[in-house]
Design a protein around this ligand. Structure first.
Ligand code: ATP
Length: 228
């Protein structure tokens, strides 16, 4: 099966600073994948390289078996700062997707807003942080993506809104076979949601494996023999 995302020796440098260094990964399709790491670890850089927004300094990356720019129509991306026009209504924002993307499913995006109880006539500027996250998610899902990349989508949300957002990802998105990559600083956001984990620190991939395998390794490492 074609990996959802495959990186080989991928790196990005800004002058002397490596934002991401020598990253080699193969992410399985159809899973919910957690991209975990502290501030400055390189999470946004990796996701931006995968969407083609950034070009690599070294190595290369393929998404859905293709270079990022060829796959962009099938990749949904929720950026960390959720760039949305404050003066538009929710309905107008969703219509923008219609002009930009031939695959755009307006009904699906509107349905998401209805489920989140967000009126279509409301101005984006008056939405709460949680509602903006829901709108950004609806914009990404309206593309009917095969791969959904979410850059710290729950960072600004309170614990209840966080749980609700993650539940939607599991119950509605992942269940439909979309590969989801979710970045966060917090293990609590990803440990229950994600079946596969990538740990980034100091611009490098430190670990990448199924959550089950990582947990098993952790148990072996901290089990009675390791402690003896
Ligand atoms: P956070 O959790 O804080 O969003 P992150 O894991 O997403 O962090 P990145 O935003 O990918 O990390 O940044 C990785 C490193 O690259 C950081 O040291 C950052 O300062 C540096 N960096 C990112 N973008 C630029 C840029 N445009 N110019 C210079 N350095 C940059």
């Amino acid at each position: 099966m074609t990996p959802a995302l495959e990186a080989t020796g991928l790196g990005r440098r800004y002058r002397r600073t490596w934002a991401l260094r020598d990253c080699s990964l193969s992410l399985p399709p159809g899973r919910v994948i957690g991209l975990l790491g502290p501030n400055g670890a390189g999470k946004t850089t990796l996701l931006s390289l995968a969407t083609g927004l950034l070009r690599p300094s070294t190595g290369d990356v393929h998404v859905l078996g293709r270079p990022p720019r060829s796959a962009i129509a099938e990749v949904g991306f929720v950026a960390q700062d959720k760039p949305l026009y404050r003066s538009l209504t929710v309905a107008e924002t969703l219509s923008v997707g219609d002009w930009l993307n031939p695959r755009w499913d307006l009904a699906l995006a509107r349905q998401r807003m209805a489920r989140a109880d967000i009126p279509l006539r409301q101005k984006v500027g008056s939405l709460s942080g949680g509602q903006r996250s829901q709108l950004a998610l609806a914009m990404a899902l309206g593309k009917r993506p095969k791969l959904l990349l979410l850059d710290e989508p729950v960072a600004d949300l309170d614990p209840l809104a966080r749980r609700e957002f993650l539940k939607i990802l599991l119950d509605e998105v992942a269940d439909s076979g979309v590969t989801v990559v979710l970045s966060s600083h917090l293990l609590t956001d990803v440990e229950r949601t994600c079946e596969y984990l990538v740990l980034l620190a100091a611009s490098r991939v430190q670990l990448a494996d199924s959550s089950e395998a990582l947990l098993r390794r952790h148990r072996i490492a901290t089990g009675p023999r390791a402690q003896a």
